[in-house]
Design a protein around this ligand. Structure first.
Ligand code: GDP
Length: 386
């Protein structure tokens, strides 16, 4: 799956940068086109792996490179005013060899929260490739303004994207760490999942072909429909194969090992689907699912994958489950990714909307009170000068 990834704003840029860094470290052969867009110069300067020519500073005449703070309406306005500059930058990098666009942004802030729905709108109007977004939701402790920003951004994004993959900072905050300290670890978790998704249908290594291949069109089919998705992930360290052989009952030993392998794959997928999801949701409300398993070829197993697929079909609301594997010798782990597509029972989204409605009401009533009180101060009958 060849992605054109746009990291919008600080969080989006950092996640994109980490993605590129991890791919570089692993000697990856997959295609990713990166673009970091921001209104804050220092955020762009802080990136390590996004090439300089793939960084775009917008809104210079308005905010002079200092960012928009948490004003996502300003973030949206700047993106709208400079949409041609953004689209030109994307066009210049070439889009003929990509399968989909992926916008990554923190939805509680200003630049990414406001800018990403605008970009999603224009990308979907300009290109035939699907447009996805990874939206990072604020933790409740960040306050109501962040919730209001995220709720507005989310509603706007859902109008234009082919799928919105949500990540909940609140659910991912690590024990004993502050939210800021958790960011680096949360970003690692996001990147691991995206890296596996990006491997679907990509050229495999060393001529080893997966037993069940999912190509990019199957990822696109899973994510179609414009809903919200959540991703599960689990890994296990594989044991080195012991050399040597037994003269007796070789066939039985092999059969046992095969069954064991199948059970291990099936339970890994189950662990991914039932463990911590990028956004907690009711798995039974998912319309479709996609399973990807990657690892050393001798530890992958078609029967196991088929078992996992049947199990998932029973779990989700719909019947479409796609599954594939990706053999790689670059790791000693087997990893399973489960995309739960178009989920409808997502308590955090409901809660966020409630918080946002409260915040909107509070802001409006404070403003009304302020106007009334200000008028009261000046209630003497004095004519203004002009
Ligand atoms: P922008 O630069 O104006 O788009 O604002 P940010 O990208 O900083 O968005 C703010 C929101 O993103 C807040 O809800 C933060 O909790 C979250 N955020 C900021 N940086 C990170 C990060 O590195 N990782 C994660 N997971 N969330 C972040």
């Amino acid at each position: 799956m060849r992605f054109f990834i746009i990291g919008f704003g600080q969080a989006g840029g950092k996640i994109l940068d980490l993605f590129l860094g991890r791919e570089k470290e692993s000697g990856s052969n997959i295609t990713i086109k990166p673009l970091a867009v921001n209104t804050a110069r220092t955020d762009l300067m802080g990136l390590k792996y996004v090439p300089k020519e793939c960084r775009l500073l917008i809104g210079q005449t308005v905010v002079k490179g200092h960012g928009v703070g948490t004003d996502n309406k300003l973030g949206a306005k700047i993106a709208r005013d400079e949409i041609d500059t953004i689209l030109n930058a994307i066009d210049k990098m070439g889009t003929h060899d990509i399968d989909a666009f992926l916008i990554i942004a923190g939805l509680g802030g200003g630049t990414g929260s406001g800018g990403s729905p605008v970009l999603a709108k224009y990308l979907s109007e300009t290109y035939s490739e699907p447009v996805y977004a990874v939206g990072v939701l604020p933790a409740p402790e960040e306050g109501k303004l962040y919730s209001l920003n995220a709720a507005r951004s989310m509603i706007s994004l859902l109008k234009y994207v082919d799928n919105l993959i949500l990540v909940d900072n609140g659910a991912w905050k690590f024990e004993g760490m502050s939210l800021r300290e958790s960011f680096a670890k949360i970003n690692e978790e996001i990147v691991k999942r995206l890296a596996l998704l990006a491997r679907a249908g990509e050229p495999v290594e060393e001529e080893s072909i997966g037993e069940m291949v999912v190509d990019s069109s199957e990822v696109i089919n899973t994510l179609r429909g414009g809903g919200i998705s959540s991703i599960g992930y689990a890994t296990t360290l594989v044991e080195e194969k012991k050399r040597g052989f037994s003269l007796f009952r070789r066939k039985n030993v092999d059969e046992f090992a095969e069954n064991d392998k199948a059970t291990k794959i099936a339970s890994l997928v189950r662990r991914a689907a039932l463990g911590r999801l990028t956004i907690p949701c009711n798995i039974r409300s998912a319309e479709r699912a996609l399973v990807l398993v990657a690892g050393p070829p001798e530890h992958l197993d078609r029967k196991g994958l088929e078992k996992a697929k049947l199990w998932l079909e029973e779990q989700i609301a719909g019947v479409e489950v796609r599954a594939g594997d990706y053999p790689t010798r670059r790791t000693k782990h087997v990893a399973a990714l489960v995309v739960l597509a178009n989920v409808t029972d997502v308590p955090r989204v409901k809660q966020l909307q409630r918080l946002a409605a409260e915040a909107k009401e509070e802001i409006e009533s404070v403003e009304k009170e302020r106007i009334e009180k200000t008028l009261e101060i000046f209630d003497e009958d004095i004519e203004p000068l002009i």
